[in-house]
Design a protein around this ligand. Sequence first.
Ligand code: UTP
Length: 278
Amino acid sequence: MKKTSPISVCLFPAAGYGTRFLPVTKAMPKEMLPVLTKPLIQYGVEEAMDAGMNTMAIVTGRGKRAIEDHFDVSYELEHQIKGTSKEKMLADIRHIIDKCTFSYTRQIEMKGLGHAILTGETLIGNQPFAVILADDLCVNESDGVLSQMVELYKKYQCSIVAIEEIDPSQTDKYGVIAGEEIESGIYRVTNMVEKPSPQDAPTNLAIIGRYILTPDIFDIIRTTKPGKGGEIQITDALLEQAKAGKVIAYKFHGKRYDCGSIDGYVQATIELYQKGVL
Ligand code: UTP
């Protein structure tokens, strides 16, 4: 662990079907799509480790076994490449496996992100936790997005969502917040709407796939009715905390690639390659 963190667990909701990537996601989890030589979820796990977390709680579903295999040792493979120039290619993943504990639970029905997070309660218990949606790949020259959010959590001790300014025509793809700017780029959230049409959106500040949540969110989700798309939305549950002044929105430093879409995925692949990440 690089840093001490008040948050030790990171939850990865990874049960979705990834229909935008069919047919590749028919038998392979979207979270295992590679950007260069690493699957998306490994970038997320590395970001969580850099933020001081060592317990990775993963909500999976049918057809997601490759995630478990990825975060497990492959003795045959290690034996096969031992002493060759390829040995170093497994060094990062081996380091992750040695330093972190992985636990899994299955979401039986895809009832939305809020429901997926509630499914993770059994792995988390009564403690604040981080959430990473692995298909939002975030990069930054210095501290990762989750590290930045942990620093903010130390100060505000409440739920935090990462936000970015989006093109106003795109609001119907995101949870959108409104709030009072209390520090530069930091808002106390007063309203949140899931996927509003551009004319109904309170702002163009969109929530991306990084959260820190306080554990009272579980009881709130339990009583949250299905919202947009008939799914239990984390945005609706967070609105309850926001009404009590308990949600901060943070304009993070860095760049996010929406790797849940083909365009974002291709862009991430090209730009990381150009940066010489390999
Ligand atoms: P998305 O809606 O982006 O993912 O959910 P999806 O449904 O897998 O993708 P498409 O739209 O069909 O291509 C955001 C995140 O929430 C998880 C997904 O795995 C993804 O990481 N999720 C969503 C769940 O784990 N369970 C759900 O019921 C819904």
